[in-house]
Each structure stands twice: as structure tokens, then as C-alpha cells.
Design a binder for this molecule. Structure first.
Ligand SMILES: NC(=O)c1ccc[n+]([C@@H]2O[C@H](COP(=O)([O-])OP(=O)(O)OC[C@H]3O[C@@H](n4cnc5c(N)ncnc54)[C@H](OP(=O)(O)O)[C@@H]3O)[C@@H](O)[C@H]2O)c1
Length: 273
């Protein structure tokens, strides 16, 4: 397991990494091991990474929704580095209601990503911090019938829904069409689970903090499986982020439908949410 503190004393300086990833350059360690897989941009769809910060017992918030902060400085710095290497960060409306996140890069150096909020019913207020007018592009993904004009400077993508649910793949295709090649699905649980369930994540970064909540909101909530044969088993590497552990899961075989035909037959079957 690699040991990575907040600011590694050895290895390549972080500052150049976001640009190197965009230009397809090789990274030095420890960054190549952590972020090198995100360099690829498939021709037919975006590179998509999900992240989740959770307790040892798999919780991302208390039952009341309190979640600040499960992860410590190392885990938060890793999340901000992920934001810096992607083109867009996506959250569900529930996270905006619960946390009112800024979704900016503040703990490390690097560019801010485009902010995308999935708000199918058009319930969120213009005053949410994700919509702050700070020069960064902002996009609301809405269901066609829930679509409303939020502000002139906020783009809207209106997509068809089935019972209020917009297909995650349709969301990714719409973002790809708008030039967004690397996408971070930051949460919350419902949003991340629906993208995982739909086979739309290339990688999943799970950062586990040394705490036990004992109750609370689960990080992933997928349809039940009948037996262990239905478990999603993934190639995985671990990294030490100070007191926290990053599990970097390779889900690329699940995104075969977004890939060129040569590896399209490798997709395992997991029921969709
Ligand atoms: N630890 C972490 O890494 C982390 C990260 C982010 C958030 N969180 C926590 O996660 C919790 C919020 O998670 P959550 O599961 O309640 O909410 P969420 O995933 O943030 O948002 C879910 C909502 O987003 C909309 N949505 C998302 N995907 C959609 C789709 N494909 N089609 C249609 N609508 C879609 C729906 O909005 P409507 O409800 O309007 O229908 C849905 O109910 C908070 O407690 C927050 O603190 C933790």
C-alpha cells in the first residue's frame, strides 16, 4: 500500500498535475498511481470517477444528514485534487439541500471544475452556493417537465425522465456533448448509487475514515442480490491518505457500453436501480 500524506515530502510536486492529466502527459509518483487512470478519455463518452467518503461501517452521514466532516484533512485534500483534475463535478439535489457545497478547489492548487447539479423537479434556489456567480460554468440537469429557467448565466439541460428518474447515461452523454471529458460524481448516496448501478462509473474512489457511526445513511444503496455470486467484485488498489485509506476501484469493465466495440463483451451483469 502506498503511503500518502496531505503534502507528500517526496515525489513530484502537485502543481503541474491537473494540466499534465489534461494534456495526456505522464505523472510522477505518487500522482501517477492515484490519478493516472483518469488521463484516458474514451472517444465515445467521458471518463467518469465516483468518490465517497465514509466511516468504517459504510456511513456517509448521520440519520439526520449531518456529515461534516467524516473525512479529515487528507481525505478532503484528495477530494479537492479529484475536483482539480476533472472537467465537471456532479452532485444530486439532495446534497445541495443538505450541505450547500461550494464544489470548488480550495485545499490544493488547481482549476475549478464546471459544477453540475441534478435537480429534476427544479426545486433548488438560485442562492445555493453551487450556483454562485464566480466565473465558473454551472449546469442544472432537469427533467423536461420540471425544467425552469434559474438564471441567464446558468445552463439547463432538460432530459426525458421515467417516473422522475433521468437515465445516468443520458446525463453523461449530454455533458460529453458539451465538451466535458472527465467527470466526477461526488454524491450523494442516491446519485452515486444510480450511476454505479447503471454501469456508468469507470472508477470509484472510496475514502474510509477511522470512525464508526453505528447508524446513519449508507454510502451505496444498490438493489438486493440473491447471493454472493451477484456481488460486484472489482480490481482495486489501496493508498494510505494519512489516517484514512483510499480504495481505488477499477470499474472500467462495467462501462463497456460506452466503449469502442473491442471490449464491449466484458460487461458483468448487475441489476439496475
Ligand atoms: N461523504 C460523502 O462523500 C458525501 C458526498 C456528497 C454528499 N454526501 C451526503 O449525502 C447526503 C445526500 O445524499 P442523498 O442520497 O440524500 O441525495 P443526492 O444523491 O445528493 O441527491 C439525490 C437527488 O438528486 C436528484 N437526482 C440525482 N440523480 C438523479 C437522476 N438520475 N434522475 C433524477 N433525479 C436525480 C433527485 O432529486 P429530487 O430529490 O429533487 O427528486 C434525487 O432525489 C447528504 O447527507 C450529504 O451530506 C456525502
Amino acid at each position: 500500500m502506498q503511503d500518502l500524506a496531505v503534502e507528500p515530502r517526496q515525489g513530484q510536486d502537485w502543481t503541474a498535475v491537473p494540466q499534465l492529466i489534461r494534456s495526456g502527459g505522464m505523472l510522477g509518483e505518487p500522482w501517477e498511481s492515484l490519478f493516472g487512470a483518469l488521463r484516458a478519455t474514451p472517444a465515445r463518452g467521458p471518463m467518469v470517477v465516483g468518490q465517497i467518503g465514509q466511516s468504517l461501517d459504510g456511513r456517509i452521514a448521520t440519520l439526520s444528514g449531518h456529515s461534516c466532516y467524516i473525512n479529515g484533512p487528507e481525505g478532503i485534500a484528495h477530494l479537492h485534487r479529484l475536483r482539480a483534475v476533472v472537467d465537471a463535478v456532479v452532485v444530486g439535489a439532495g446534497t445541495v439541500r443538505a450541505d450547500d457545497p461550494q464544489l470548488t478547489v480550495r485545499c490544493v492548487s488547481g482549476p475549478n471544475p464546471v459544477r453540475v447539479v441534478i435537480d429534476p423537479r427544479g426545486t433548488l434556489s438560485r442562492s445555493a452556493r453551487a450556483f454562485a456567480c464566480d466565473g465558473i460554468r454551472r449546469i442544472v440537469v432537469s427533467a423536461k417537465r420540471g425544467c425552469r429557467h434559474l438564471a441567464d448565466d446558468i445552463e439547463t439541460i432538460a432530459l426525458p425522465d421515467t417516473g422522475g428518474r433521468i437515465a445516468p447515461r443520458a446525463i453523461l452523454e449530454a455533458l460529453f456533448d458539451r465538451g466535458l471529458r472527465r467527470i466526477l460524481i461526488e454524491g450523494g448516496a442516491h446519485t452515486l448509487s444510480s450511476f454505479l448501478s447503471a454501469g456508468c462509473l469507470d472508477r470509484l474512489h472510496v475514502v474510509v475514515a477511522p470512525m464508526i457511526l453505528g447508524s446513519g445513511k449508507p454510502g451505496l444503496d444498490l438493489p438486493p442480490i440473491a447471493d454472493m455470486g451477484g456481488a460486484l467484485r472489482v480490481p482495486m488498489r489501496t493508498h494510505s491518505l494519512g489516517r484514512e485509506i483510499l480504495f481505488d476501484c477499477d470499474l472500467s469493465c462495467r462501462t463497456a457500453g460506452l466503449r469502442p466495440a473491442h471490449d464491449a463483451g466484458r460487461r458483468p451483469t448487475v441489476p439496475e436501480a
